[in-house]
Design a protein around this ligand. Structure first.
Ligand SMILES: Nc1ncnc2c1ncn2[C@@H]1O[C@H](COP(=O)(O)OP(=O)(O)OP(=O)(O)O)[C@@H](O)[C@H]1O
Ligand SMILES: [Mg+2]
Length: 289
């Protein structure tokens, strides 16, 4: 079932209904076990889609499948109209994976991590220019971390590190931003900062897919909710028509997700990380300023 995007406001950008993400009859198995089945999902340009569902219902697998990070056993996936295996315009996509940390093994400043989000936008031989610097400063301002630009990311709180990664994704000026539980374990101030950031991003015509534990401050921004249940889409429609959850919502309380978010966290694995070597060189260049 596909719903055209709802009007957000009379000033919202005109939507051409171009499909940016599409899964048709998708199925995924992980470790030999079926995880997603019968998935039909289309995300149109300009939409804000929230993906909800209990733990283990397949939300992360769904967004990772849409980005070609998980192979399908059946069905078709299209990213900007192209099968993910042939897609190479990664600067059009920003992805912040679940339980990510901005702190890598090597010390890096907030500014350096955010600047790595610009790498996919320029040829490998060209150093950061004025536009890159302006954008990095802008997104740090947007996520409320301008005053931490020169701090080591490892010294930031979990919520602030999440904001660094969101800033990095925004730095690339993506047309499509995919966030996997950006508000899990994040303090209210950071949640509000995220909602404000997204509001500004949407005004510029971006498309957002956000996996959320609860909509919280994002509720007013969401056009459409997709509910995952046991590897299937059990609801796809406007938030207002969402049937009440007989199980009382998500299974884990905030405190659990905070514990998970602060566990030994895997390294960030997003498409932009394929440019890790360039990121290191870029960090050195920023330091030489
Ligand atoms: N690498 C893997 N190998 C085997 N099974 C996996 C793997 N990753 C996930 N799964 C299983 O797939 C199912 C869906 O996992 P997924 O992470 O997509 O759920 P989720 O809805 O994002 O959960 P959460 O709310 O906890 O983030 C779960 O049952 C999980 O155990
Ligand atoms: Mg998940």
């Amino acid at each position: 079932m596909t719903h055209p995007p709802a009007e957000r406001s009379p000033t919202a950008p005109v939507r051409d209904h171009e499909v940016l993400l599409e899964v048709r009859d998708g199925a995924v198995a992980l470790g030999g076990r079926p995880v997603l089945r019968g998935i039909d999902l289309s995300v149109h340009r300009g939409e804000v889609v929230a993906i909800l569902g209990t733990n283990g219902s397949g939300k992360s697998t769904l967004v990772r499948t849409c980005l070609g990070l998980v192979p399908t056993t059946r069905g078709e996936v299209r990213l900007f109209g192209t099968p993910p295996s042939r897609f190479d315009a990664w600067h059009r996509v920003g992805f912040v994976p679940q339980r990510a940390t901005a702190a890598a093994g090597v010390p890096a400043s907030v500014q350096e991590v955010v600047a790595s989000g610009r790498l996919s936008r320029r040829p490998f031989w060209r150093p950061a220019g004025r536009a890159d610097r302006r954008r990095v400063a802008e997104v740090l301002e947007t996520v409320g971390l301008a005053d931490r630009a020169h701090d080591n990311v490892a010294t930031l709180s979990g919520g602030q590190q999440q904001r660094v990664l969101i800033a990095r994704a925004l730095a690339g000026e993506p047309e499509l931003l995919v966030l996997d539980e950006p508000t899990a374990g994040v303090d209210l101030e950071s949640q509000q900062a995220l909602a404000d950031t997204l509001r500004r991003l949407l005004a510029s015509g971006a498309t957002v897919v956000v996996v959320a534990h609860e909509l919280g401050p994002l509720a007013s921004l969401v056009d459409r909710v997709v509910v995952m249940q046991d590897g299937r889409v059990s609801y796809d429609g406007p938030p207002a028509d969402l049937p009440p959850d007989p199980q009382g919502g998500h299974h884990h309380p905030d405190v659990d997700s905070y514990a998970r978010a602060t566990d030994a966290v895997p390294e960030v694995s997003s498409p932009v990380d394929r440019l890790a070597d360039r990121a290191a060189a870029d960090r050195r260049a920023w330091r030489q300023e």
